[in-house]
Design a protein around this ligand. Structure first.
Ligand SMILES: Cc1cc2nc3c(=O)[nH]c(=O)nc-3n(C[C@H](O)[C@H](O)[C@H](O)COP(=O)(O)O)c2cc1C
Length: 342
């Protein structure tokens, strides 16, 4: 298709999903079906993402890489310690002493090493989330032939990204699974349909738009393209696919009829994200502070241990509102179904 930002047969994108789901196998499977896929560099070392990039390069697959823009200085010691003490009981079954965990509020997720890697090994597309990269980074990546996308959640953010000189926007509605890309994690998150936001952003900027959030089937894909999107990104719909490497506990929860809703929560990471409602959210949402990435690091081992033990009520079960349609099977089949009627 003639997307101005990437070469692919279909206007469908396998969205970046950190935490395992967006592995090279998923990106290759999506590409094999005519979509365009993203690797997720978030939470990985530069070496780990380099190894994934090398696999796709060796296979001749065209793909993009998604990077988290650092957010630091979000939480003070007192608020952090209060929440760490509140969570102490959650860690006990796994032998974790959360009350005395160190506060890691200045981690930048290996930002510079990842940018250096992407400058040394250019890929067709790099997308950013959680804010704006510095203008020099955009200029440098574009100088290597990489098209730069910025994730936005409001028209105001879209205008800032446009001023920065990026090549396109990932327009993320509040129905999206996982973290919101909002530039301001403390702002209240009103419900905004991806379709309405896409139409507003297209009118305001004219930039190519990749629409993301809440897709449950081909009708939503068609509606988002009709609203002006150049392509549509799906995350949640691919989480249970054969190639997705998210945890089994996450895959099973998505199919559990007892999980009847998704909610926006900051209880797990200190930054708003949409996931299946569970016990941890119910116990801590009202008292959870803002404070990404410190809260992410505080709960990370707990979530890993709970996932290994098969305890979904202490795992971040990221999911968009279309999660009921997420099914097992080859990702290529899921992509082809989404494209039906295009
Ligand atoms: C498990 C999971 C992990 C995600 N990780 C990232 C990420 O690392 N970077 C990013 O920009 N977006 C991330 N997202 C958001 C997706 O890229 C995309 O915007 C979202 O999945 C679209 O909404 P949908 O889930 O309703 O299809 C994640 C989403 C999920 C469900």
């Amino acid at each position: 298709m003639g997307s101005p930002v990437f070469e692919a047969e279909l206007p469908i994108v396998a969205a970046p999903m950190s935490g395992g789901a967006s592995c090279p196998a998923l990106v290759s499977a999506a590409a094999g079906a005519g979509a365009f896929g993203f690797l997720a560099a978030g939470y990985k070392s530069a070496d780990a993402i380099a190894a994934e990039m090398a696999q796709l390069r060796a296979a001749g697959t065209s793909y993009g890489v998604n990077v988290f823009v650092p957010t630091t200085g979000q939480i003070g010691e007192e608020d952090f310690r209060r929440y760490a003490e509140e969570l102490a009981g959650e860690g006990l079954p796994y032998g974790l002493d959360l009350a005395h965990a160190p506060r890691r509020d200045d981690e930048d997720d290996h930002w510079q090493a990842k940018i250096d890697l992407l400058l040394e090994n250019p890929v067709p597309v790099v997308s950013f989330t959680f804010g704006l990269p510095a203008a020099e980074v955009v200029v440098a990546l574009r100088g290597r032939g990489t098209r730069v996308l910025v994730t936005v959640t409001t028209v105001a953010e879209a205008l800032l990204a446009d001023q920065l000189g990026c090549d396109g926007l990932v327009v993320q509605g509040s129905a999206a699974g996982g973290h919101s890309g909002t530039f301001d994690p403390r702002r209240p998150m009103p419900r905004v349909s991806t379709e309405a936001l896409v139409a507003e952003v297209v009118a305001a900027t004219g930039l190519p738009v990749l629409a993301a959030g809440g897709v449950g089937g081909p009708a939503e894909v068609r509606a988002l393209l009709a609203a002006g999107a150049d392509a549509v990104a799906v995350g949640t719909l691919l989480l249970r696919s054969d190639e997705s490497a998210t945890t089994q506990v996450h895959k099973d929860a998505l199919a559990d009829p007892a999980r009847t809703e998704t909610v926006l929560t900051r209880a797990f990471t200190g930054r708003p994200a949409r996931g299946l409602r569970n016990g941890f959210i119910d116990r801590h949402e009202t008292t959870a502070p803002h404070g990404y990435p410190a809260i992410h690091y505080l709960t990370r081992e707990l979530r890993t241990a709970a996932a290994a033990a098969g305890h979904p009520d202490r795992v971040h079960l990221w999911a968009g509102t279309g999660y009921r349609a997420a099914r097992t099977g080859p990702a290529a089949e899921i992509v082809s179904e989404l494209a039906s009627g295009l």
